[in-house]
Design a protein around this ligand. Structure first.
Ligand code: IPE
Ligand code: IPE
Ligand code: MG
Length: 241
């Protein structure tokens, strides 16, 4: 049944909660930011493994709406790292066919970072080999709330009525409106929770929780997780014959 030729075995869209950078650094007696930098290097490796594994969409949780609760040093260090990532990787992303998008609320991010994000989105807008989405100041509840607010505004303006409100219309107002739903959500570091990631979009995603800390998550392990996904039977609420 599941081997039907039109059915793709691997996940088309993989989303990753990249967790465990802090503990990785701690284990080495180093500051947390050391772990974040090590984690950043993994991003390059996992991204480059996507085309060969038929993963067209990769979405990475980089900073949550709750991560502002961390120390000023860590938050500032992370923001600096994001800026550096964009500046350093822009050319390679462009040349490797990666289309980059950012999701999350930009309002709280500093102007310099937002400008770089806008520029990178624009620069890579014609790429189509792989779609990389980076969730920055992203929270699922925040995203749905912002979508609801914009929908309410459209109604207030008379462009929509309450009768137009259904799941499809609401989804058009989400940050992810152009993306397919994730097929597989991976979380590293042994924590088995979602931490406010893609709440709406993951309604029927498969989850994989691995113990490995993000800076240790290799391409080989990524490959194993993808292979395991291929063994699963997705039913989407139906009863399969
Ligand atoms: C994930 O690693 C990266 C971010 C949240 C920015 P953590 O920083 O949460 O690492 P742990 O969970 O403390 O080990
Ligand atoms: C989730 O990890 C956010 C990111 C990976 C960016 P956290 O480390 O912030 O989540 P909790 O606090 O363990 O739930
Ligand atoms: Mg964590």
């Amino acid at each position: 049944m599941r081997q039907d030729s039109d059915e793709k075995r691997g996940p088309n869209h993989v989303a990753i909660i990249m967790d465990g950078n802090g503990r990785w650094a701690q284990q080495r007696g180093r500051p947390r930011l050391f772990g974040h930098h090590a984690g950043m290097r993994r991003v390059r490796e996992i991204l480059s493994a996507c085309p060969g594994n038929d993963v067209k969409y990769l979405t990475l949780f980089a900073f949550s709406t709750e991560n502002w609760k961390r120390t000023q040093t860590e938050v500032a260090g992370l923001m600096m790292m994001f800026r550096r990532y964009i500046v350093r990787e822009a050319r390679a992303l462009l040349e490797n066919g990666v289309r980059v998008r950012f999701i999350g609320d930009r309002i709280r991010l500093d102007d310099k970072l937002v400008t770089l994000m806008d520029e990178l989105e624009l620069l890579t807008a014609d790429n189509d080999l792989i779609h990389l989405t980076i969730a920055l100041n992203y929270g699922g509840r925040d995203e749905v709330t912002r979508a609801a607010k914009r929908l309410a505004y459209e109604i207030e303006m008379g462009r929509l009525t309450h009768k137009d409100v259904d799941a499809e219309t609401l989804a058009r107002f989400l940050d992810t409106h152009v993306l397919p739903d994730p097929d597989l959500v991976i979380r590293t570091s042994g924590e088995a929770r979602i931490s406010n990631f893609l709440l709406w979009q993951s309604a029927y995603a498969e989850y994989e929780f691995v113990d490995t800390l993000w800076p240790d998550f290799t391409e080989a392990e990524f490959g194993r997780v993808l292979a395991k996904f291929g063994q699963r039977e997705r039913r989407f609420g139906a009863v399969l014959a």
